[in-house]
Ligand binder design. Structure first.
Ligand code: MF3
Ligand code: CO
Ligand code: CO
Length: 274
């Protein structure tokens, strides 16, 4: 049985209940999410062959500090970085290091800023130099998956409608949907109920209601959907080492659909694609 609670008065722990946020919360989320979007915008000219993911990590930390925000991933469940940088066959939770990005890589950069008590969670794919057509196509398909998922958000529909929209399109494009990670409620908590699956059927999952806030963040593979986590405990890779991509937005459910809090103010939601 799914329960909905007033986010303004409910205790700050994930009990499985779904929080419904008021206008003031939406304003707080807009601010946190727009800072995250501006940081992802600022990274566009920086992501080039030769730059290290450690330099990207420092940039994100400093960008947050300059704007009164903390990266929510820093010291989150033992994670030690301000950002996740997931390259080529890395599905998610790639850890920044001193290796330079190479011409032809594709990298997902996932930033979550905590600003004024609210979490803004978003990620984009960045091409590094000149990439292969297959990589470009995977990024296009994955971005379209995200937007089709967002298009299924409206009060009265179930969260499974998001998953169905994503899975149907991904598989029609001969790609596969990662099952091991999902979107999530977000707000004053980084990871909250409900889980947002990127596969499934429209009659599954809880009903969406006005005031819900969650992420949609499909991970789409060129090969099989299966992933494994490396011995570092974080880095998730495709088992078949096939190329993978991900985009993420934070959205709030409105009376008629949803508001995308993390849209790029510069129109750079899909760097390197038209
Ligand atoms: N930002 C990721 C998400 O979209 C979570 C990263 S948690 C970390 O939910 F610890 F790996 F950083
Ligand atoms: Co997320
Ligand atoms: Co994220």
């Amino acid at each position: 049985m799914v329960t909905y609670i007033d986010a303004a008065t409910a205790p700050l722990k994930n009990t499985g209940a779904i929080r419904l946020y008021d206008a003031e919360a939406f304003e707080g989320m807009r601010r946190a999410c727009q800072l995250t979007a501006r940081c992802l915008d600022a990274l566009v000219p920086m992501v080039k062959p030769g730059v290290t993911t450690a330099a990207i990590d420092r940039f994100v930390f400093e960008f947050g500090a300059d704007h009164g925000a903390l990266p929510a991933t820093l010291n989150y469940r033992g994670y030690k970085y301000s950002v996740c940088t997931s390259i080529n066959h890395v599905v998610c939770h790639g850890m920044p290091d001193d290796k330079p990005l190479r011409d032809g890589d594709i990298v997902n950069i996932d930033v979550t800023f905590l600003l004024g008590g609210w979490h803004g969670d978003s990620s984009r794919m960045y091409p590094v130099g000149q990439i292969k057509r297959a990589a470009e196509r995977l990024m296009e398909v994955t971005y379209e998956c995200l937007m089709r998922g967002i298009g299924a958000v409206r009060p009265g529909a179930r969260t499974g409608a998001i998953g169905e929209a994503i899975q149907t399109y991904a598989e029609a494009e001969r790609c596969s949907v990662v099952r091991d990670f999902c979107g999530h409620g977000v707000g004053r908590l980084f990871h909250d109920s409900p889980n947002i699956l990127h596969y499934g059927k429209a009659d599954e999952g809880p009903e969406m209601r006005e005031g819900m806030i969650f992420t949609i963040e499909p991970m789409i593979n060129l090969g099989k959907p299966h992933v494994k986590v490396l011995s570092d405990g974080w880095t998730a890779v495709t088992r078949d080492r096939s190329l993978t991509a991900q985009y993420e937005h934070t959205v709030g459910v409105t009376a008629t659909g949803c508001e995308i809090f993390t849209l790029s103010p510069a129109g750079l939601d899909r760097p390197g694609l038209g």
